[in-house]
Design a protein around this ligand. Structure first.
Ligand code: FE2
Length: 503
């Protein structure tokens, strides 16, 4: 019955999309003919649906011998059809990349679009057929579920026998780990068919995978084995929040921060307003706090809610619990609407300074509700920790950060930064204003055991060469600069998230 109720609610939310069908309005954007000529806009312009491949990427420096495996990344990469562009960065169709490191200095790169039903249909038609998260488009195809709109563009989850391409609002898509060929939608069980599976699953050191999805006022929880078999799940009514992007696991809990975001469905029903535009921050008559939802891993029915002053959060680094004291390490900003405008501006090749996002550490007493949030000063995002400390006390967090003077005037991050949460020390390397640095992931050095002993590997874009690159750092000495850089002969649209799989 839970499932039926969930689906009914989700279906009710989605059925409003059908009201688009009578609307002629589409708020796509018609770019000028010379759009994307500036070097900074090359990755924003996007691709046209084609695969990319480079068998022998040029490597500068010495690629570490022990660093063998594949860095998978995913991000929105097709923004324009028939001379019309999406209005929001999150709208583009997902492009999954595989950077393969042979350990002998050889690096290759491959990228393929996820063949979602939406992508395949629009590719055949040569024009947009369906609304996207941030662009209202009158649907030219039936919308039976969120998966008809699924862009599969946010992250990946590697499993032993497949790679999953993830999107916040719908099912995962399975792909071949070697060829990146799309196999199709993932159904965890008959009961969970079509339910959202978020783009931020957490993998504990023993391989246990946790994830969630939210839609229509409901939340679904997943516990999977390391092989990707469903172990447990639950569906329940959650405190109101229009967008839940990420969460954190600790030894005993699953923890969510729910910002005061609501969805103005009346605006969506009018047909000329996208979901992103219909989001409201601290709407009148609605909650004005950010709620902390704490769920017992051993018993999903044991849920508690605490309240913080309103703040926006997309991403979590990690968390742990110690007796009654819960610690959550994340990235916060003071509000959402400006950030949303900033994300829309990116799709236009425009840059607007927004509310900075900064490292935050929440300490919450689960018995008394007393809490304290410590906040850093650096502008940063996309936090990652050593995978060996997920759900346990950690010390090191790695971020792309904006540290070059005047960074407010430019899009993106220009540095990588390590924060030591115990000593407070910072270790950073700045590429300068001519690079856009994306998420970097931590890769443990084979045979090592100590947290932080390994490499930091990630991607970026170089405005001087108009091409994308991968970098590898000694994670304990970022300020020494990259030990190697692999430069592609082409630009790849900026990706959001990735995972490394050791060979
Ligand atoms: Fe994310």
């Amino acid at each position: 019955m839970q499932r039926r109720h969930f689906l009914r609610t989700s279906a009710a939310a989605l059925s409003t999309l059908s009201l688009f069908s009578g609307a002629r309005a589409a708020n796509v954007w018609q770019p000028p003919a010379d759009f994307g000529q500036h070097p900074a806009l090359q990755p924003i312009r996007g691709l046209q649906g084609q695969d990319l491949a480079c068998e022998a990427v040029t490597v500068e420096g010495h690629w570490p011998e022990g660093l063998r495996g594949t860095l998978y990344r995913n991000g929105p990469a097709l923004f324009e059809r028939a001379g019309q562009r999406y209005r929001h960065w999150f709208d583009g169709d997902g492009l999954v990349q595989a950077w393969r490191f042979g350990g002998d200095g050889r690096v290759s790169h491959r990228a393929r679009f996820v063949q979602t039903p939406k992508f395949v249909a629009e590719q055949q038609a040569g024009r947009f057929l369906l609304p996207a998260f941030g662009t209202a488009i009158a649907p030219q195809r039936p919308i039976r579920s969120a998966d008809d709109l699924n862009a599969a563009n946010t992250s990946v989850l590697p499993l032993p026998d497949r790679l999953l391409a993830l999107w916040e609002g719908g099912s995962a898509f399975a792909m071949d780990r070697d060829t990146l060929a799309t196999r199709g939608l993932v159904t965890w069980s008959d009961e969970l068919a079509g339910m959202p599976f978020s783009a931020h699953p957490k993998i504990e050191p023993d391989g246990t995978i946790w994830n969630f999805g939210s839609a229509g006022g409901k939340m679904v929880l997943y516990q999977l084995s390391a092989e990707g078999a469903l172990r447990r799940h639950a569906v329940f009514e959650m405190p109101p929040c229009a967008m839940v992007h990420d969460f954190v696991v600790t030894q005993r809990y699953l923890v969510f921060l729910l910002p005061p975001l609501t969805l103005d469905m009346q605006a969506v029903r009018r047909g000329d307003t996208s979901f992103a535009e219909a989001m409201r921050w601290k709407a009148p008559g609605q909650a004005v706090t950010t709620r902390v939802l704490v769920i017992d891993k051993a018993d999903f029915e044991r849920r508690r809610v605490f309240e913080l002053p309103a703040e926006m959060v997309f991403h979590f680094a990690n968390g742990w619990d110690d007796g009654d004291l819960l610690t959550v390490d994340y990235v916060r900003s003071s509000d959402a609407p400006i950030g949303e405008q900033r994300l829309r501006a990116i799709a236009h090749g425009d840059h607007r300074p927004g509310t900075p996002s900064q490292a935050a550490l929440l300490r919450l007493n689960l018995r008394t509700g007393d809490h304290r949030v410590a906040q850093g000063a650096d502008t940063l995002e996309f936090p990652r920790v050593d995978p060996r400390v997920v759900g346990q006390r950690h010390r090191q967090v790695f971020y792309p950060a904006a540290l070059t003077p005047g960074h407010e005037k430019r899009f993106g991050h220009d540095s990588v930064l390590r924060l030591d949460r115990e000593s407070g020390q910072r270790d950073a390397f700045t590429f300068g204003p001519e690079a856009v640095v994306e998420e970097h992931v931590f890769v443990p050095r084979p045979g090592s055991a100590r947290e932080g002993e390994g490499w930091l590997v990630g991607a970026g874009y170089d405005l001087r060469w108009r091409s994308s690159f991968a970098t590898v750092f000694n994670a304990e000495h970022l300020s020494d600069g990259p030990v190697a850089v692999a430069r592609l002969p082409y630009a790849v649209p900026h990706a959001f998230h990735g995972q490394f799989v050791a060979a």
